[in-house]
Design a protein around this ligand. Structure first.
Ligand code: FEO
Length: 394
């Protein structure tokens, strides 16, 4: 994408990474991503907010050259993860007078990760202001979105918030702003699920704090910008709230068809009880789809056969991720099968220790299910229905 002027003297100088399909060698990126960097010209000083992933740093430098930027005074580093900080050494080399402006924790990380020398830093604290002449940046220390050193930058005069990963989305597109709201909503929710959800409670506090600021635009470091901030702020309020939906997630593996038969039967039983159900065959599921569904479902029911005396390893992976993402799920259960024994149930329940869930009595059946076994799944659906009626659902 070419350099884009957001408003007079404020430019998007980032990079679209259209064909990136995996982040952290873990997170699927069905729509690529962007690394957003912003150049701010004051009438006395020039600042660059964040950089780009080092594999795209040549494009960042080309963008700065395209604008004819001869001098950068400040490189604001909101976050030390390398998809935003990795280009800092290259920019420091190209602009030898530039200083990295960041907080004490981020400075330590940048020194460890990128070996930036100490004399290149200017430290800032919460609420500190950095004048650029006719423009002023204010820094908001906001840890754990999603690393301990994260901060947000706020351009006071234009009321633009630069929150780095917060409010971002892995979505490469030619429009600079969030014009297709349906598409952006889905991408931003996926991003929240995969990156921010484990920090839901602290994000709620940050959202409350941001109410002190007039925000006209939000310019995150991934995906489209928001010129109607209420859209993404309201979405985050919903996702981080304690409200859950009348939904059951059913991630499962079936080796010889018996677990699949149980999943299929329970799916129909839940639909008959007017509960939304989302089965995920884990051999085919984009794990990000499961993460998105975890944002607001009331219940998760894990389906697995017994393999080598425990859950199927693919189920172990999904269960581990579910536990690590710490969704607000209220209830959990297990449906599964075994041939001759094992500790499948104990292992799954112990893997969900970080979730504050109430376990609903599982249905674990020996061998292929018979008619009377399937009745147990009707009883499980009834138990879920009772639990869902007892809570405030949206
Ligand atoms: Fe986009 Fe946490 O880096």
């Amino acid at each position: 994408m070419a350099v884009r002027e957001i408003t007079t003297g404020i430019y998007w100088v980032g990079v679209n990474h259209w064909d990136r399909r995996l982040f952290d060698e873990l997170i699927p990126l069905p729509h690529g991503t962007t690394y957003n960097a912003y150049l701010l010209k004051g009438n006395e000083k020039t600042a660059l907010i964040d950089t780009v992933d080092p594999i795209k740093e040549n494009e960042l430098i080309a963008n700065l050259q395209h604008l004819g930027i001869k001098n950068i005074d400040y490189i604001i580093s909101n976050h030390a993860e390398q998809d935003h900080s990795g280009g800092i050494p290259r920019v420091l080399a190209a602009y030898p007078q530039a200083k990295v402006v960041t907080n004490v924790k981020c400075k330590a990380m940048l020194m460890d990760l990128l070996h930036i020398p100490e004399e290149r830093f200017i430290l800032v604290n919460d609420r500190d202001k950095l004048p650029l002449g006719n423009r002023t940046l204010e820094f908001i220390i906001a840890p754990w979105v999603h690393w301990p050193e994260t901060m947000l930058s706020y351009l006071c005069e234009e009321q633009i918030l630069f929150p780095c990963d917060l409010f971002g989305s892995h979505l490469a597109q030619s429009d600079l702003f969030a014009t297709d709201r349906g598409r952006v909503y889905e991408s931003a929710k996926r991003y929240y699920a995969e990156i921010m959800m484990p920090f839901r409670h602290i994000i709620k506090k940050h959202l409350q704090r941001l109410q002190e600021y007039e925000i006209r635009r939000i310019a995150p470091s991934h995906g489209p910008l928001h010129d109607s901030p209420a859209f993404i702020l309201d979405a985050y309020k919903e996702w981080t709230s304690d409200e859950v939906k009348n939904e059951v997630l059913l991630p499962y593996i079936s080796m010889h068809g018996s677990t699949e038969k149980r999943v299929s039967y329970l799916t129909d039983a839940l639909i008959q009880r007017k509960i939304t159900v989302k089965p995920f065959n884990l051999t085919k599921t984009d794990i990000g789809e499961l993460a998105v569904a975890l944002v607001d479902a009331a219940t998760i029911v894990i389906g697995t056969p017994t393999v080598l005396a425990g859950p199927h390893p693919v189920v172990v992976y999904a269960t581990y991720l579910t536990n690590a993402l710490r969704p607000k799920t209220r209830y959990a259960s297990v449906i599964g099968s075994f041939g001759w024994g094992g500790k499948m149930l104990e292992q799954i329940t112990s893997m969900l220790a970080s979730l504050k869930v109430e376990f609903i009595e599982p249905v674990v059946i020996k061998g292929h299910p018979q008619e009377h076994d399937l009745q147990q799944l009707d009883e499980l659906a009834d138990r879920i229905l009772v639990k869902h009626k007892d809570i405030h659902l949206t």
